[in-house]
Design a protein around this ligand. Structure first.
Ligand SMILES: [Zn+2]
Length: 204
């Protein structure tokens, strides 16, 4: 802080000073705001409230935000894994297999030591929202939708030009959809679970 040179607010012209504050947040990962501790002093405009993350505090603030983000992420992941293991009957090993990540990756995220990719977070959220999809990855084809939702017409033969150009899902020749696609009922998801695993989900 010793190198800090007071300056005027770019918004209103008042002299910016170091100040603590209540309820401040700052974006850490894109789209994820995390709280800044109330007591952490940041150059702040006393008139309009604008805060200025100057180089003198950037590193320290970033470390604080990272810690807060990892803690929030940890809670989120623990909840998601809990839902899948306790309510859907899969193991943590099943989850990493279906997500295509290593066991240590997930355990570091759940220990609050590693920042997860946005892709992994969204994938896990999708599995929680639709556990039958996780089952398909464990039980069947690694590209689980291949056999369940569509088939590419005669893969050995080149398709007619009109079909070849069409890459939208709606234009593909669909296979007879499996029963799990008929509705989103939880009990339907249970029906697709392999016999190896015990499932304790209640039929909703
Ligand atoms: Zn100002």
């Amino acid at each position: 802080m010793s190198t800090f040179q007071p300056f005027h607010c770019g918004e209103c012209g008042a002299l910016v000073q170091f100040a603590a504050g209540i309820g401040r947040t700052r974006e850490y990962v894109r789209g994820y705001n995390v709280p800044i501790p109330d007591e952490f002093a940041i150059p702040t405009c006393p008139k309009c409230g604008e805060i200025y993350v100057v180089p003198e505090i950037a590193e320290e603030l970033n470390a604080i935000l990272r810690k807060a983000f990892l803690r929030l992420q940890q809670q989120h992941y623990r909840q998601m894994v809990k839902i899948l293991t306790e309510r859907h009957g899969v193991t943590q090993k099943d989850i990493v297999q279906a997500c295509g990540v290593t066991p240590s990756y997930l355990s570091h995220v759940m220990a609050g030591k590693r920042q997860a990719s946005v892709t992994l977070t969204r994938l896990l959220e999708a599995f929680v929202a639709n556990p039958a999809e996780l089952d398909r990855h464990l039980d069947g084809h690694p590209w689980s939708l291949w056999n369940h939702f569509y088939v590419v017409a005669d893969p050995g033969r080149s398709a007619p030009k009109s079909q070849k150009q069409s890459t939208e899902w709606g234009h593909r020749k669909r296979a007879q959809p499996g029963p799990e696609w008929s509705n989103n009922d939880v009990s339907v998801g249970v029906a697709t679970v392999s016999k190896k695993r015990k499932v304790t989900v209640d039929a909703a």
